[in-house]
Design a protein around this ligand. Structure first.
Ligand code: XLS
Ligand code: NI
Ligand code: NI
Length: 442
């Protein structure tokens, strides 16, 4: 059966979204995201490397545990799976081009319907990969990262790479191979592992030690395969503390870094941090960024936020300029994201049912983050924040403090110094002053 492609316009009446500046009244324009504007030596486009999430934007229909979907997609009507996938690709590349994002990200099953027969599914993924390759060439849009969905199919109810049944692990491997092949063919800059069901609900039935070892074994197996087949990009792990499982092995940045170190995977991996997952782990987003950056592992971001009143993954578009300004300051300081970008793993609310809503959502998110980048640049130029932070630790720069950080002092030496110096003077942490300072730049 032949598939028709590239014939329809889905977002009629909406043209290229342009930068019009902060004073613009046009709801379909950027106020802060000006892709060519140079900030700290690079264009905004290069700094932010925005990516559109295929799953939420073109697949997610707004279904929730209390009712079916409310988003009725005109590209989701053909009866043949391949035709439906081709129509969705038309819509996706039209949207990504109109919004002006340089990248996209996808799971295998977002691109085309899954199938329980690994051969048929593999063929489907190859079919859509060819279409993506053509669309990328025509539009200039690039693949930020690909991934395999190893959590929706019912065979993964007890996990994928950490499943107690080896036959399920083999199926996970088959799916990973297909998704890695697609990512390599499409020149993906990264490959993401988000371990949706790599965790457990009860220790009464779980051998955690074996499951974690098997998880690491699968990562090694994938790295070996991908490198042997020419993958040049970076591997990312996306931490999340819970949901769908109660205890997820990739709890947060610190846990994942420890895991990668334990199993000798650090050099191949970076972290893909999600704002919402930080919230669920009881951390601020800036905390996760700092932990990752200090370990040289801050590589990529999923920009969706949660809700401080709701304890689940609400996947909302970013709006909090303060939250992002703190994070962008950390990203700027490390010289940008290491190998990744900023992916909107975010969805419109169930009742946001107009086609324009998808544009408003992304425009708002891109503007929030662009604004944060400008604030971070201003903060860095002003220098007061950095100066105050450095001053707070000045006692380690010379004298006995410097000897200590150089590892030259013993516990007896600390005793002698304590007796000599007497009670240290109080030094204010100046938190409110610094919060006011941040407020001035916002
Ligand atoms: C789910 C995750 C997921 C990953 C990709 O909470 O955020 O969407 O980003 O599998
Ligand atoms: Ni995510
Ligand atoms: Ni998430």
């Amino acid at each position: 059966m032949s598939v028709i492609i590239g014939q329809k316009e889905y977002f009629k009446g909406i043209g290229q979204i342009k930068f019009e500046g902060a004073e613009s009244d046009n709801p379909l324009a950027f106020r802060y995201y000006d892709e060519n504007r140079i900030v700290a030596g690079k264009s905004m486009k290069e700094h932010l490397r925005f990516a559109i999430a295929y799953w939420h934007s073109f697949c997610g229909d707004g279904a929730d545990p209390f009712g079916p979907g409310t988003h009725h997609y005109p590209w989701d009507v053909a009866s043949d799976a391949r035709q439906r996938a081709a129509d969705k690709a038309d819509a996706a590349f039209e949207f990504i081009t109109k919004i002006g994002a340089p990248y996209y990200c996808f799971h295998d099953v977002d691109a085309i319907d899954g199938h329980n027969d690994p051969k048929e599914f593999g063929d489907r993924v190859k079919f859509i990969t060819d279409i993506f390759a053509k669309k990328q060439a025509e539009s200039g849009v690039k693949l930020l990262w690909g991934t395999a969905n190893l959590f929706s199919n019912e065979r993964y109810m007890n996990g994928a790479s950490t499943n107690p049944n080896f036959e399920v692990v083999a199926h996970a491997g088959a799916q990973l191979k297909g998704a890695i092949d697609a990512t390599i063919t499409l020149g993906g800059e990264g490959y993401v592992f988000w371990g949706g069901r790599e965790g457990y609900m009860s220790l009464l039935n779980t051998n955690m030690k074996l499951e974690r070892e098997n998880f690491a074994r699968m990562l090694h197996t994938c790295v070996e395969y991908a490198r042997r087949n020419g993958f040049k990009g970076k591997f990312f792990i996306e931490p999340k503390p819970c949901e769908p499982t109660k205890h997820q092995y990739d709890y947060d940045a610190a846990t994942v870094i420890g895991f990668l170190r334990e199993f000798d995977l650090l050099s191949e991996f970076g972290l893909n941090l999600e704002v919402n997952h930080a919230t669920l782990a009881g951390h601020t987003f800036a905390h996760e960024c700092q932990v990752a950056s200090d370990a040289g592992m801050l590589a990529s971001i999923d920009a969706n936020r949660g809700d401080n009143q709701n304890g689940w993954d609400t996947d909302q578009f970013p709006t909090d300029v303060y939250e992002w300004a703190e994070a962008m300051a950390i990203i700027l300081k490390q010289g940008g994201l290491a190998g990744g970008g900023i992916n909107f793993d975010a969805k419109r609310r169930r009742n946001s049912t107009d086609m324009q809503d998808l544009f408003y959502a992304h425009i708002g998110g891109m503007d929030t983050i662009a604004r944060a980048l400008l604030i971070a640049e201003k903060m860095a130029k002003h220098g007061e924040m950095d100066r105050l932070k450095a001053e707070r630790y000045a006692s380690f720069n010379s004298g006995k403090g410097a000897d200590y950080t150089a590892g030259k002092l013993k516990l007896e030496d600390l005793y002698k110094i304590a007796v000599e110096v007497g009670e240290p003077a109080q030094i204010s942490g100046k938190q409110e002053y610094l919060e006011n300072l941040l407020g001035r730049f916002v």
